[in-house]
Design a protein around this ligand. Structure first.
Ligand SMILES: C[S@@+](CC[C@H](N)C(=O)[O-])C[C@H]1O[C@@H](n2cnc3c(N)ncnc32)[C@H](O)[C@@H]1O
Length: 222
């Protein structure tokens, strides 16, 4: 994304200030589009179930990491129902504080709540079957995203997967000065994934989202 955000020292601090003001609700996590959460989760479930299982080459349902987890919207409806243990990482402590009551009884199966920016976070080597990164890559600079993806690859168990699900622009990098993020086109995302040394195992566009929002793509990587 070159000179837009990367050179602005305030890129990360502005995002932190923005998220601190957002209510810890599903609607808050989705920028007022709480109504699309069901479609999102059902699409993600169908996507992930293609890989999960106990046989040869299948991804085990052991431990998942929810990156940019917020209050745990994805952990609650997607990851905790499918995995024995889930860890959450987010830069906003207020969201993680809300996650425990929001997840209810299933919060007993949360291993760790990590409060950290992904640009600094080092996931434990060899711990995760799935690392789910949704609606947060736009908060990382290109170099930080590539480095984070490399660390994620090291954190995978055998047959593990890194999944990116995010908005994609039609062309180029579109900055958002309100939440201090960027939206990249699919070709740019592919290039950053390749730079990180990851391969795309499968890719889909999320169907049935409102026409006025960005297209959302899901990429399974390892
Ligand atoms: C659009 S919300 C998405 C939350 C969740 N992934 C979901 O889909 O429900 C973005 C989340 O990313 C978090 N975030 C923003 N910048 C971050 C960073 N640099 N590192 C980790 N989390 C970040 C925010 O606190 C917020 O919880």
């Amino acid at each position: 994304m070159g000179d837009i955000a990367e050179n602005k020292g305030s890129f990360y601090s502005n995002a932190e200030v923005y998220w601190k003001e957002v209510p810890p609700t599903v609607d808050g996590m989705l920028g007022g589009y709480g109504s699309i959460s069901n479609i999102d989760i059902n699409g993600s479930k169908a996507f992930l179930q293609k890989f999960l299982g106990e046989g040869e080459g299948k991804t085990s349902p052991g431990c998942a990491l929810d990156c940019g987890a917020g209050i745990g919207r994805i952990s609650k409806r997607l990851l905790l129902p499918l995995f024995k243990t889930v860890d959450l990482v987010d830069v906003t402590q207020e969201f993680l504080d809300k996650a425990k009551p929001y997840l209810g009884d299933d919060s007993k199966r949360v291993g760790h709540y990590f409060c950290s920016g992904l640009q600094e976070f080092v996931p434990e080597s060899g711990r995760y079957d799935v690392i789910w990164i949704q609606w947060v890559i736009g908060h990382l600079t290109d170099d930080h995203l590539v480095d984070f993806l490399r660390r994620c690859q090291k954190a995978l168990r055998p047959n593990g997967l890194v999944v990116i699900k995010d908005n994609v622009s039609y062309e180029g990098v579109v900055p958002d000065d309100v939440d201090s993020s960027v939206c990249r086109d699919l070709e740019i995302v592919h290039r950053l994934v390749a730079r990180a040394g990851l391969q795309i195992m499968h890719e889909e566009q999320q169907a049935d989202f409102p026409k006025e929002i960005y297209q959302v793509h899901t990429l399974a990587l390892r």
